[in-house]
Design a protein around this ligand. Structure first.
Ligand SMILES: *Cc1c(COP(=O)(O)O)cnc(C)c1O
Length: 397
């Protein structure tokens, strides 16, 4: 079993930085640097086209899928890696809607990430068959599940508030109503134990650049329940999801299993970095990771509430109802976060008024929490955020 105090050394974190934004972009794993160098120089550079076979490039999506599967309760052969999460959401939704041809409602919640909502809206337009996206408050999802719902499409952990849905209970309820489920695990994978198999989830997708630390632009993953895989028609019927890509048939025939959700040529350099990032999770007990994340988040909430009376907790108070992030509201949230970042404490801001902090016990500890609380309370007490340089907004917040 890996000691979580030891994993911090596996990341190349800059000196003087308290990094509480692994929920947006995980830090650089030291192993990724060496792995990328090897893949670029020894594989791409030396082996050239031969590397697809000799270095196992062609099977990377499957190999990585199985490794991610172990972190999300998915059996071997049920996850494949590639593309972006937006695309994987589109694929899952297109396939799921086709499996419920007599129904027209996609049920989601206001806490879902915009790209999930946009992809659904776009797909509804493309299909032109009168589907509708029904968006309710997160607390109202359970009551909105009825016999009209084709697909329940949710993000398990709300990107703004960290509120966490009960995946098993909602999936059970959706199935009882005859609906399929799609779970977005963007803020779950690598952050807390997920049990897709135990929950009988039908589809799931996630990204790997957040808590899995795969690097900017790292590929996404998609899960399809094993007994559904061969009934799923892939809407994006790319050649690498074909049963026999190198037969170069003129007609599409889907591969067996989850491999049919592959689309085109995998991003090998990104996947190499991701493979090294996943090495960090080897031997990590996710239940222990989760317990540490609760400890750190609780310590942060207690510290902030004791010293920053102007900040209002926007996350659920009950840790069981949260993922691995904590958000507070303040009308000057953007300037406050800029002032905090200027002091080396990095979180992020989500419009209109949320300052957001992610806790990743692979590299965060109590000292990080205490430094963040101290910096935040000083910035608020002295109104250090009230300076023109903290008012300008970058393209990315
Ligand atoms: C981060 C995030 C995404 C991002 O999708 P990309 O296609 O990787 O840009 C999608 N959904 C959720 C819930 C997210 O948190």
């Amino acid at each position: 079993m890996t000691d979580l105090a030891a994993t911090r050394g596996l990341f190349a974190l800059p000196d003087g930085v308290v990094y509480l934004d692994g929920n947006s972009l995980g830090p650089l794993p030291r192993g990724a640097v060496e792995r990328l160098r090897r893949t670029v120089e020894a594989e791409w550079g030396e082996r050239l086209i031969r590397a697809w076979n000799e270095c196992g490039w062609i099977d990377l999506p499957t190999r990585l899928g199985d490794r991610i599967g172990r972190l999300i309760g998915a059996p071997a052969g049920s996850v494949t890696v590639g593309d972006t999460l937006s695309i994987k959401v589109h694929q899952a939704l297109a396939s799921a809607l086709e499996m419920r041809p007599e129904r027209r409602v996609i049920l989601t919640d206001r806490g879902n990430f915009p790209t999930d909502l946009y992809m659904a809206q776009g797909l509804v337009e493309t299909l032109g068959r009168g589907h509708g996206l029904k968006t309710v408050e997160p607390e109202a999802v359970a009551d909105a599940i009825d016999g009209t719902v084709a697909v329940l499409m949710l993000t398990e952990v709300d990107y703004r508030t960290g509120r966490r849905h009960d995946m098993a209970a909602l999936t059970r309820q959706a199935h009882a109503a005859g609906a399929l489920t799609i779970w977005d695990l963007a803020h779950s994978a690598g952050a807390l134990p997920v049990d897709l198999g135990g929950a009988h989830a039908d589809f799931a997708a996630g990204c790997t650049y957040k808590y899995l630390n795969g690097g900017p632009g790292a590929p996404a993953f998609i899960y399809v329940r094993p007994d559904l895989q061969n009934a799923v028609r892939p809407a994006l019927s790319g050649w690498l999801g074909h049963e026999s890509p190198f037969a170069f048939d003129a007609d599409y025939r889907p591969a067996r299993g989850v491999a049919r959700m592959r689309v085109g040529t995998p991003a090998i350099l990104q996947m190499a970095a991701l493979e090294a990032a996943l090495d960090v999770f080897d031997g990590v007990d996710l239940a222990m990771l989760r317990a540490r994340s609760v400890e750190l988040s609780e310590r942060f909430i207690t510290g902030v509430e004791a010293s920053c009376p102007d900040l209002a907790l926007a996350s659920p108070r009950d840790p069981e109802m949260r993922g691995s992030q904590v958000s507070f509201r303040h009308a000057d949230g953007h300037a406050i976060m800029q002032a905090l970042i200027a002091r080396g404490v990095i979180g992020d801001f989500r419009a209109p008024d949320l300052v957001r902090f992610g806790f990743a016990p692979l590299y965060n500890d109590e000292a990080d929490v205490d430094q963040a609380v101290a910096a935040l309370s000083d910035i608020l007490a002295t109104r250090a955020f009230d300076r023109p340089e903290f008012r300008t907004r970058g393209k990315v917040t």
